[in-house]
Design a binder for this molecule. Sequence first.
Ligand code: SF4
Length: 371
Amino acid sequence: MRYIDEFRDAALARGLARAIAAAVRPDRRYHIMEFCGGHTHAIARYGLPDLLPPAIRLIHGPGCPVCVLPVGRIDDAIAIARQPGVILCTYGDLMRVPASGRTSLLKAKAAGADIRMVLSAGDALAIAERNPEREVVFLAIGFETTTPPTAVVIRAARDKGLTNFSVFCNHVLTPAAIRAILDSPEEAGAGVPLDGFIGPAHVSVVIGSRPYEIFAEEHRKPVVVAGFEPLDVMQAVLMLVGQINDGRALAENQFTRAVTRDGNRKAQALVAEVFELRPSFEWRGLGAIPDSALRIREAFAAFDAERRFAVPGRSVADHKGCACGEILRGRKAPADCALFGTGCTPENPVGSCMVSSEGACAAHYTYGRFR
Ligand code: SF4
């Protein structure tokens, strides 16, 4: 398949591996964070660490939308779903994330709440149109990639005059999370300073590569936006090693077949019309981060589930044995968790990182442990 097969070519991968091995300096190590869960998945699936020299350490970041949603927000969603007449719609992964009290959206559904799995925000809107006597709530999560479709359905609901549709908005912002990692005292990376970032692929299609330039300028950390195929990641590593060796710190774009510097301006305008910054939002592992998430603007308040339904709004700690928080900050690897593969598996997850296919624990479990 065009744009897929050529980015999975084994001979080219071996060539890139040789180029990286030749580029690394013998006197240093390279700590590179892949922000996005899509990259974590690709790195695990294609065994990329086996192709890299020991001097390069890839550190998983917080870019998995299911993983970073804190327990308290899932409790809120269950509280909404249990209210009379409500149909709660959301993506499949989220249904299995443990909430507090050993429950989850899936268990709440089994106990009688009307919770339905959808494949898109549009599916939720269609359910609202088919069920005018019910209140349909879309549990929206995701980074900048999935925010425009949510904006589309909110505008569509307004244009269609729907009064039984609303969105429980949990959309979060990538640059704010990168800044939080860089501003943290330990600067993630298992206590070692990070040398650079592999920037998100799909997110960057929407926001462009420009938002990462500030991290290169202010924090002196190179960022290379990369696609999700194995050769994309290998090439991004080579570009980062080159920058690190030269003492350069630039925002570069490896994923030129899809990402521009300015991104998708139409999608950005749509998001800006419907959403505004939240002053603060809690992330699993990263805590409350200012201006790191979106909420629905006053003009669309009628479609904001947080204004229409009472929610507990509590901050709830993770399971005490779960290291998701530290994994999402890059402080630990999945194999460092005592529950990994024993008390916690994809069939019986204890934390969110084992649920989503983009979660670091699920990737390690599915494709084998790697350094
Ligand atoms: Fe949490 Fe399970 Fe990962 Fe441990 S293995 S950090 S319990 S999700």
